[in-house]
Design a protein around this ligand. Structure first.
Ligand code: BDP
Length: 679
């Protein structure tokens, strides 16, 4: 063959998809885009065009009819619900009362095609659990990402509004395919700059790209913006000048972005400004913004992540601060509450605000990015963690009042229900740093749509789309995913231990960490309280009494050593090293076994993975393989660091049948990783 022919063959191959790089850039859209389906829609709209285009390219069955029309059944499914009926070969009908429902229906149909072996006759009816399903980007305007482990931000602020990265559209598509319908573009530690005209014009361009995919844009705002940007003397929420400034600013936003979703606010938290700077309450601050947004249908998501240094148990403070304000918020304010009372720890009980605040809308905030779970180095599938959270019974309304039911509108109907996940997305070619971290983005969307899906179902779907349908691969790898959270909890912080991370970057273990002058509630010692007598945080009625923030009978369960779940034992109790566990071991021995189990679980994941080489592409195989090696080494590091350190207090031997430490405690104490917030 001469060079021209070679060249032609090469390009034919590329365009036919024979040489697709398996770099993870295609997320869960790896099925070929070569279909030529017949798709008809009874109406036109940008969202319907997207639906038609997706189906035309990817649907490999008979004709698909999209019809937007109103009848009682469709209206009951809400503006994003849909019905799918028909058979793959003979033809499919997707119906909805809105164009977005048709878009979601189209993605549902394609997901069935990509994941199921036999579609048979279809009869699907769907509507989402939460009205607003949002990603929160902790992306800064300088391109860095707070707690981001997949490179710089995907938002190219320097290039906008002129230059448009192709990733924006891919991002929109990926999110729409899993039902995400909103995104907060910037960090909760918000730069006031986002509200300048210059940045708002950039935001508008992103909003225009996301709109056909049903995704609304929201912004984090800095409470001091009137002062910093507007030159006012302060930002007191009851000051008329301040209120006018916000009204004007919000008006300016809506002139550019008529469907702007609203704002997210971190106020009087970790040094951020807020209404308390002016002796006003969180309600005063939130309501001021709510009033400015109300005429346009916008909302305020006000974060409840607040705590101050002092004598009070950090785990109790958000509840103490917000419960007295229950019922004082406007109906377009939603309190955004992290799943646990402290801060995205490997395992926490649910925040007692869920089921505690009965007259205020609450939205859960989950962390998709793995700030406290090994960054993008560790394979940790988070759906099991989130399921445990959703299914936790708050007992606020008798038995069965799960966190999900207290927030999705079932128990407390509010004008809107919502949920947010802190994104793990960056400009890395595979989007999330670790190929398996994509599964957490995917799982967040799927659970926000339907929190009754099981972790198993979600892992199965994702594996089939992202890798292969071969069960010889899917079954063992799914098992690995489903146990990965448990493994991480075991090798990092078993039995209810929490926040014993290295200072600031939160990657490795530093249970000994002591920084003179540092806030005590930022130091591990505050949380583990290890000493000769024992270990754990006494939050019982005899201790900080955090248990009393939970409804009966839960507070009694947590309060009583006999009924407190062992997985949360040291969260609620300070216990002697020889405290007898349910299996007959002493607490010290059990702690050792848990750490050891975590290490062995990861070693097992390596064995599972290495057997998978022949089922998938070499590129992703090797990438994951090498990350699992890091995870194994880190697990041993965690185990040795924690056990050797705690041993200095327990004075007891590490049970002789488990692997011996391979590090010296003194060496581990010297480890200082140079990890910046954002990398
Ligand atoms: C903590 C993070 C910090 C965030 C904060 C928050 O370490 O970077 O700003 O949460 O959620 O987990 O506001």
């Amino acid at each position: 063959m001469n060079r021209t022919v070679l060249y032609i063959v090469f390009w034919w191959c590329v365009s036919a998809g024979c040489l697709k790089a398996e770099d993870g850039s295609r997320l869960w859209f790896r099925a070929e885009m070569t279909a030529q389906a017949q798709v008809k829609a009874n109406r036109e709209s940008p969202a319907i065009s997207v639906a038609v285009e997706e189906l035309e390219k990817r649907w490999k069955g008979g004709a698909v009819h999209l019809s937007l029309h109103q009848n009682k059944k469709l209206r009951n499914l809400g503006k994003e619900g849909y019905v799918i009926s028909g058979e793959k070969q003979t033809g499919i009908h997707i119906q909805s009362a809105s164009d977005l429902g048709l878009l979601y229906g189209a993605y549902h149909l394609l997901r069935l095609q990509d994941t199921q072996n036999d579609n048979g006759a279809l009869q699907v009816e769907e509507s989402p659990a939460y009205d607003l399903r949002l990603l929160n980007h902790w992306d800064n305007l300088d391109g860095t990402v707070e707690r981001g482990y997949a490179g710089y931000s995907i938002w190219k602020w320097d290039e906008l509004p002129e230059k448009i990265s192709p990733r924006y559209k891919e991002y929109a598509r990926a999110n729409a395919s899993i039902g995400i319908n909103g995104t907060v573009l910037n960090n909760v530690n918000a730069s006031p700059g986002i509200l300048t005209g210059n940045y708002l014009r950039k935001v508008k361009v992103i909003a225009d790209i996301l709109r056909p995919y049903g995704i609304k844009v929201y912004l984090s705002v800095n409470f001091s913006s009137p002062q910093i940007l507007g030159g006012l003397s302060g930002s007191d929420p009851l000051d008329t000048g301040v209120r006018r400034w916000w009204r004007d600013k919000i008006g300016e936003i809506y002139r550019l972005i008529p469907d702007f979703g609203g704002v997210l606010v971190k106020a009087n938290s970790e040094g951020q400004p807020g209404p308390q700077d002016y002796d006003r309450t969180h309600a005063d601050g939130a309501n001021m913004l709510a009033d400015a947004l109300k005429p346009y249908g916008g909302i305020v998501m006000w974060r409840a992540f607040v705590y101050h240094p002092g004598d009070e148990d950090r785990a109790k403070q958000a509840y103490q601060e917000f419960i007295p304000l229950d019922g004082k918020f406007r109906d377009n304010v939603i309190l955004q509450v992290k799943n646990g009372p402290i801060d995205f720890q490997p395992r926490e009980p649910f925040s007692p605000l869920f089921g505690g605040m009965k007259n205020t809308a609450l939205m859960p905030e989950l962390q998709i990015t793995q700030e406290y779970l090994g960054f993008s180095n560790h394979l940790v599938f988070l759906a099991p963690q989130w399921k445990e959270f959703f299914e936790s019974d708050t007992y606020c309304n008798g038995k069965g009042a799960t966190v999900a039911k207290t927030t999705d509108g079932t128990i407390f109907p509010h004008p809107v229900s919502a949920i947010a996940g802190v994104a793990n997305i960056g400009e890395d070619i595979n989007w999330c740093g670790h190929h398996f971290a994509q599964a957490n983005w995917y799982a967040f969307g799927r659970l926000a749509w339907n929190c009754e899906l099981t972790a198993d179902e979600i892992a199965e779907e994702w594996l089939r789309m992202a890798f292969t349908r071969d069960q010889a691969f899917v079954t063992p790898v799914k098992e690995m995913m489903l146990h990965s959270w448990d493994a991480a909890v075991n090798y990092m912080m078993p039995l209810g231990l929490h926040h014993i991370f290295a200072w600031d970057h939160h990657y490795g273990p530093e249970p000994w960490c002591d920084i003179p002058g540092a806030r005590p509630d930022w130091l591990p010692r505050y949380y583990h309280n290890a000493g000769e007598k024992g270990i754990g945080f006494d939050r019982t009625t005899g201790g900080s009494d955090a248990v009393s923030q939970y409804h009966a009978p839960l507070k009694e369960y947590f309060n009583d050593i006999a009924t407190c779940p062992e997985d949360l034992l040291l969260w609620f109790h300070h216990l002697p090293w020889d405290h007898p566990m349910k299996n007959g071991r002493t607490l010290w021995d059990e702690l050792c076994y848990r750490y050891d189990t975590g290490v062995r679980q990861v070693r097992e994941f390596q064995k599972i993975w290495d057997r998978m080489e022949r089922y998938i592409d070499g590129e992703r195989f090797r990438h994951v393989q090498s990350r699992l090696k890091i995870q194994s080494r880190d697990a041993v590091w965690w185990k040795d660091a924690c056990l050797l350190y705690f041993q200095t207090y327990s004075g007891k031997p590490i049970p002789y049948d488990i692997e011996r430490p391979v590090h010296e405690l003194d060496d581990l104490k010297k480890v200082k990783l140079d990890l910046k917030h954002h990398h």
